[in-house]
Write a protein that binds this ligand. Structure first.
Ligand code: NIG
Ligand code: FE
Length: 413
């Protein structure tokens, strides 16, 4: 099955297979060609180039992209889209003056979601989660990482990871699964953190590994949650099952987690709203990708990740949504790009690079996703007729997407 997209006004993010991730000044460059074609062979990008070299042979489908821009689908490397119900009451509580930490102290927050999740059947959880997955695919996301972390008990964590596995089997979008047993202390272990960490290490991890349910391991490394020492212990246990760390860190406080994560070869460190100069230094010339989640800052009213400072210091940066019921009830990567530009002063080129090439790297998908590269997955967004690509972050309230293609198939949910 051959699909030809022709008369593309501008084809963005054309790269050779060698590009792994982009850092510092490299993030300012967004290679493109104007008046282009793109040829898709089943699931794969077969060819692209200037219209004057457009193939003349017969194809199965022709899509005319006159006045439209084409770019790779978003790679969202940090989400929690498997959850039960919602936390809209906490949203109202926040408007009335309570902070995220105060809500958590009252038994709300992650523990509220854990209670809901453990009362919900696997079938219902799958149903709710699949609706969110379809929603983000329509919004242009073509690869996504999904975490557990609302079970906080053996059965609950396994239930979440099994739902993620089923989503993987039933949808064309690339999905990576992360085991986040260490998201919060469940009520039963309120005064027994070591007991809960032992449960994670001795009971949850072996079962997760036996069913092959996770690619990565995550910990909420934060004051009041898990210390740097706890995080190291859990990362080391995960490593025995080949689970690579992707860690929640520096969201509310800087406690030295980044340095430890880098030492343990974390693929990414995520949130980073609170960054010291030492934290930035620890990330320099490493293989650990920093991930900013600007719509979380937007929603909670906490500081934004100092993206400018980090990129100017030569670091790479990825952008992700953090879609979850408590701190970011949105998986719209288009809005993530806008907030990155508007609030973190990233240029449109930097934001698009952060949400495609660098997002793919932060999920271990750099060989197959994140750019228009011959041989990579045919995952593209065709925009509506927009003046240029800067219009994407600029017109933040508009739906600028005309068509989404994932694994060569037009998404029609
Ligand atoms: O990434 N910070 C920790 N975890 C999530 C929020 C979880 C929740 O509030 O349900 C986050 O923001
Ligand atoms: Fe998160």
């Amino acid at each position: 099955m051959l699909v030809l997209i022709k008369n593309i006004k501008e084809l963005l993010q054309i790269r050779s297979q060698e590009v792994i991730f982009l850092k510092g000044a490299e993030m300012k460059e967004l290679p493109s060609i104007k008046n282009a074609f793109l040829l898709i062979d089943n699931e794969i990008i077969k060819d692209y180039g200037f219209m004057e070299n457009c193939p003349k042979f017969d194809v199965d489908t022709i899509i005319d992209a006159t006045h439209k821009t084409v770019l790779p689908t978003w790679c969202d490397a940090h989400t929690h889209i498997v959850f039960a119900g919602n936390r809209v009451q906490e949203f109202v509580d926040k408007i009335n003056g309570l902070s995220y930490e105060e809500i958590a102290k009252r038994g709300g927050g992650i523990l509220n979601s854990a209670q809901k999740l453990n009362e919900t059947s696997e079938k219902q959880l799958y149903l709710e989660s699949s609706q969110r997955l379809e929603e983000i695919m329509k919004l242009g996301t073509g690869a996504v990482e999904i975490k557990s972390g609302y079970g906080l008990c053996v059965e609950g964590e396994l239930k979440m990871l099994r739902v993620i596995k089923k989503l993987k089997e039933n949808y064309p979008i690339a999905i990576k699964a992360t085991f986040l047993g260490a998201h919060a202390l469940p009520v039963e272990y309120k005064n027994n953190k070591d007991g809960y960490i032992n449960l994670i290490i001795n009971e949850m991890l072996p079962k997760v590994a036996a069913e092959n349910l996770a690619d990565f391991i995550d910990v909420f490394c934060e004051t009041g949650y898990f210390t740097v020492e706890d995080t190291i212990k859990i990362m080391e246990a995960g490593a025995r099952y080949n689970l690579i760390p992707k860690i929640h860190v520096n969201q509310l406080t800087s406690i030295g987690g980044i340095e430890a994560n880098v030492k343990h070869k974390a693929l990414s460190v995520d949130h980073l709203e609170e960054m010291t100069d030492n934290d930035i230094k620890a990330l320099k010339n490493t293989s650990t990708m920093p991930i900013a989640l600007p719509t979380c800052s937007f929603y909670l009213g906490i500081p934004y990740t100092p993206a400018r400072k980090m990129i100017n210091a030569g670091l790479p940066l990825a952008l992700a949504s953090d879609y979850n019921p408590g701190s970011t009830p949105s998986g719209n990567m288009n809005f993530v790009i806008s907030t990155a530009c508007i609030k973190m002063k990233m240029t449109p080129e930097e934001a698009i690079n952060a949400a495609t090439v660098n997002g793919a790297y932060a999920m271990g998908l750099e060989k197959t996703h994140g750019s228009i590269t011959i041989g990579k997955k045919a995952n593209v967004i065709i925009t509506k007729e927009i003046p240029n690509y800067a219009h994407l972050p600029y017109a933040f309230g508009s739906n600028n997407i005309d068509t989404v293609i994932i694994n060569g198939k037009v998404i029609k949910y």
